[in-house]
Design a protein around this ligand. Structure first.
Ligand code: MSP
Length: 472
């Protein structure tokens, strides 16, 4: 199916409730999904929750709930918040769904049959925060760089191992050679370089089962062990399609992830797929992180920003706009409520909102009619380029610095309030058509606002209305 497009977000751990880190990934995935739909693609957009493993089991215990009851509770919070941000996922997968569990068992069985799984002993330092063994080179000041407050646990177990090393030459070739039958892309370029360097430096096989963690899917041929939570989680991208009976969407067009989980998505997942004889995803995009007012976002610092907080303050499209313009595409991006409010007032209340109400008022006062024209050319070339390069921050900046400000300038130069008759009609018709095109451009980013503008400006008569973005 050539016309299809499959995009995924990471599935989020339920040990935590949603914060703006999860939110930005999911909003951007929604923008990509909406953009691809505008291009005429049939889109499947997947998100969900990652519910097995030690970390989730420990969080459940803390709340004195069974793991399943705890997961049911938190998964709902994730599933319910996304629609409030106008995020239109097609399916919400939960790894505790028995249908997912069945697919995981099936895939693992296949990998086992292929001779890629063996038994061995593992000893190492485990970070429960990351749910992975940490290598010597990753350790910073004695702890995990992502979870400095969580002590590393020395673990030694007999486990099932996957022959990751065996696949390294194929993976390097598949990444580097665009003509390779399994070619896939890793973006941005700097992240691809990092993955290749690590692959070339040498990779060990990985343990894919745990004997000490009971909250997981049993290994099909050895019920004394459970499937390592990362293997279980990665397989969601495929199992979700099987559950929905639309495997034709495989392989995924984009796995959108944060930089800390790129290795799993760009190496481990592909090796598992190769072993299971399935096609590889086409592209993995790893974005960077938000920091809050110069600091790492963390519960212990008490600086975590939730999507609910943003929604209350800035509304749905205000939130989408602020997250997208600060999207940490290449590097970490520093945000904070003060910065958000400034930007909201400048770009939305004074910028777009003011422009729309100004033109509507002029049109209303003129009493004239403004017929709708067909305009198929939506995005400028440069706008298309940055969108396709995942630079949603640049895309919105460009729309504001060219489209929004050009219409503003036109009004100031042409001073329609001093004109009448044909001259006024011509000036306003131009500005109204430009606003109509602007609304089309805003569709993937700010769907509600785009719809409101389209409705208000559909003509032939245009009326003024309440401000789109009340000043804060
Ligand atoms: N459960 C795994 C993913 C399994 S995917 C098969 C996991 N979950 S998580 O809840 O920790 O979510 C990680 C994702 O949240 C990141 O990849 C990123 O998308 C997002 N973010 C978490 N913190 C973030 C920031 N501070 N800034 C931006 N995004 C961040 O890992």
């Amino acid at each position: 199916m050539d016309n299809k497009f499959y995009i995924t977000t990471p599935i989020y751990y339920v040990n935590d409730v949603p914060h703006i880190g999860h939110t930005v990934t999911t909003v951007v995935a929604d923008i990509i999904a909406r953009y691809q739909k505008l291009l005429g693609k049939k889109v499947f957009f997947l998100t969900g929750t990652d519910e097995h493993g030690a970390k989730v089991a420990q969080a459940a215990e803390k709340e004195k709930l069974t793991p399943k009851d705890f997961c049911d509770k938190v998964a709902k919070v994730f599933e319910n918040i996304w629609p409030k941000l106008n995020i239109g996922f097609d399916y919400f997968i939960r790894t505790t769904d028995p249908r997912h569990e069945k697919e995981v068992s099936g895939l693992l069985e296949k990998i086992y049959q292929n001779g890629d799984i063996y038994r061995a002993k593992y000893e190492g330092l485990y970070c429960v925060g990351c749910e992975k063994f940490i290598t010597e080179t990753e350790i910073k000041n004695g702890s995990c760089p992502y979870h400095p407050n969580k002590p590393l646990e020395k673990q030694s177990e007999e486990n099932w191992f996957f022959k990751l090393k065996k696949y390294v030459p194929t993976l390097i070739e598949a990444i580097e050679n665009p003509n390779h039958s399994s070619h896939y892309e890793i973006k941005p370029e700097s992240k691809k370089t990092e993955v290749l360097a690590r692959l070339k430096a040498g990779v060990n096989d990985i343990s894919i089962s745990r004997s000490e963690v009971s909250w997981g899917i049993p290994i099909p041929w050895d019920k004394t062990q459970t499937v390592y939570v990362w293997v279980d989680a990665l397989m969601n991208y495929y199992s979700a399609l099987k559950i929905n009976k639309n495997e034709e969407f495989w392989p995924a067009d984009i796995h959108l992830v944060g930089k800390e989980i790129l290795w799993f998505h760009a190496v481990v997942w592909e090796a598992l797929l190769l072993s299971a004889c399935l096609p590889l995803p086409k592209l993995i995009y790893a974005h960077s992180f938000y920091t809050i007012d110069g600091q790492k976002m963390s519960k212990s610092l008490g600086n975590v920003i939730s999507p609910q907080q943003l929604l209350e303050k800035y509304g749905v499209d205000g939130t989408r706009y602020l997250l997208t313009t600060s999207f940490p595409s290449l590097e970490d991006s520093d945000v904070g409520l003060e910065k958000f409010t400034k930007k909201y007032n400048a770009d939305l209340a004074n910028g777009l909102g003011n422009l729309v109400s100004r033109v509507a008022k002029l049109a209303e006062n003129s009493g004239m009619e403004f017929p709708l024209k067909n305009n198929n050319e939506i995005f400028r070339k440069v706008q298309k380029e940055v969108i396709e390069d995942f630079r949603f921050d640049l895309a919105l900046n460009n729309i504001w610095s060219t489209d929004v400000s050009a219409i503003d300038k036109h009004i100031n130069q042409e001073t329609p309030w001093t004109k009448s008759g044909d001259q006024l009609q011509q000036i306003l018709q131009y500005e109204i058509d430009e606003i109509r095109t602007l609304a089309k451009k805003l569709k993937p980013f700010l769907p509600d606002t785009a719809e409101k503008i389209e409705e208000q400006f559909k003509g032939p008569k245009i009326k003024s209305s309440t401000p789109l973005f009340p000043r804060i």
